[in-house]
Design a protein around this ligand. Structure first.
Ligand code: SF4
Length: 263
């Protein structure tokens, strides 16, 4: 009798960011892909509302959402990067706190990674792993699901949108440099202690006078002043450029950011 090598089943993986699209995708696929494994790469700097929403989703999905943590925390990587705060051009935070934990979670297993890019985002490519054992699927794009449908999925499930939506348009770290002026103002209003913690990362190099700030426009106190002056006016969004845009997003305005963190 010949011996056969047992084949390892392909894993089906869906990463939740605490944002509306990945959450709606999890709900959409819950019964279509029952073998789905859900995960959440926790940077250790998530908003309380995001963590609360992940718990809510876990109850709805009836399955554990595996929390992935990087081996080291943000402060360690900050020091490693000579105290240069991450930025749209230097997104080392995403690599170390999200991508590396994800790829180590997959290991060498054959896996399908489900990405929540919608049909109304034709220019987006999202994170496509360079690992040959990971293939990508975009069910929303395949099925013609748009932003409006995403809100309907969340509404009909009873989950609704995350609470931070009242003042912030995306999930991600409380200090995320992708935040717009009004979102920083929202952080200050809703989480003054986190705003203070974000401010504490900003500094001036005493020798050179160079500012290390989250926002290119200047220190957070100035960003807040500007936000107060601009209240009610539409804000400009600076799209991320170069570096890993090809991996994470390729820009469609206000939602443009790293998909693995915020989708
Ligand atoms: S949410 Fe922002 S700060 Fe956090 S890992 Fe993603 S890009 Fe970096």
């Amino acid at each position: 009798m010949s011996e056969t090598t047992p084949t390892t089943p392909v894993r089906h993986l869906l990463g939740l960011s605490g944002g509306k699209d990945s959450s709606a995708l999890a709900i959409y696929l819950r019964d279509r892909v029952p073998e789905m494994e859900y995960f959440f790469a926790d940077t250790g700097a998530e908003l309380p509302e995001t963590l609360e929403y992940i718990d809510l989703l876990q109850d709805y999905l009836g399955k554990t959402i595996v929390r992935l943590n990087a081996e080291r925390d943000f402060d360690y990587y900050l020091k490693y990067h000579n105290n240069f705060l991450p930025s749209a051009r230097q997104r080392w935070c995403t690599v170390n706190l999200k991508l590396v934990p994800f790829e180590s979670f997959v290991g060498e297993d054959q896996a399908v990674s489900y990405i929540a890019i919608r049909a109304d985002e034709p220019s987006r490519s999202g994170y496509v792993s360079t690992k040959p054992n990971i293939t990508t699927r975009m069910p929303f794009r395949e099925d013609g699901i748009t932003k409006e449908d995403v809100f309907a999925i969340l509404e009909e499930s009873g989950i609704g949108v995350p609470r931070y939506y009242k003042w912030r348009s995306r999930s991600g770290c409380y200090f995320c440099f992708f935040q717009q002026q009004q979102e920083w103002a929202g952080l200050k209003e809703h989480h003054p202690e986190l705003f203070k913690a974000a401010k504490a990362y900003e500094r001036i190099d005493e020798k050179t006078g160079r500012l290390f700030t989250w926002n290119q426009a200047g220190p957070l106190d100035e960003v807040i002043k500007r936000a107060e002056n601009n209240r009610g006016r539409p804000t400009k969004v600076s799209p991320p450029k170069k570096l890993m845009d090809a991996l994470f997003s390729d820009g469609d305005g206000a939602d443009d950011a790293c998909l693995i963190c915020m989708k």
